[in-house]
Design a binder for this molecule. Sequence first.
Ligand code: IMP
Length: 201
Amino acid sequence: MALTKLLKRFHIKIVVLHFNLHGLIKILDKTFEVFIESEELQREIQSLAKEINAVYKGKDVVFLAVLNGAFMFTADLMKKIDLDCEISFIKMSSYHGTQSTGTVEELIGLRTDISGKHVVIIEDIVDTGITIDKIITLLDNYKPESVAICTLLFKPDAFQGNKKPDFVGFAIPNAFVVGYGLDYNEHGRNLNTIYQIRNEY
Ligand code: IMP
């Protein structure tokens, strides 16, 4: 019995190792391959922070991180920001109104007064740009001095929005990615590396 358990454990370890050697992981029903390693992410975040520190030096700045995806990026970015700033976490929530007006979009979690302040929205990814457009429209009601977007990932080929991100970590092809906050059906957010979906032939 103990030997079977041991062999089983040993076998599982070999399978995991096999996957790691090829940089592949399986999340639910999909296979993903390594796309951006942790060291490369950290290098780019350092350089984004340097840029932001220079642009907002001496200004009244509020960072608004968009949950859930941006939580890991925000934590690493903010450790490298040396400005006297405020940080808040927001979320877009949609629900069906009582009238036949379709879906209503609501910004939740905005507790900070942003009027007259410089706002930097922190996103994990800008894909079509629809989410960010909606956030900017809702934020405009609070009369901020300026609004900029800082995103770790940007898919230029998918973008249809009105405002391009101001600070971009990586411009990437139009393929699904996961890890470092980004999910596939709520799985994979905890990964330290970004993985890209693998085409299965
Ligand atoms: P939008 O298309 O720019 O509005 O992006 C909407 C949201 O879709 C993003 O904030 C992400 O949460 C999610 N998303 C877009 N592309 C990906 C991806 O490749 N992986 C995981 N989530 C994504």
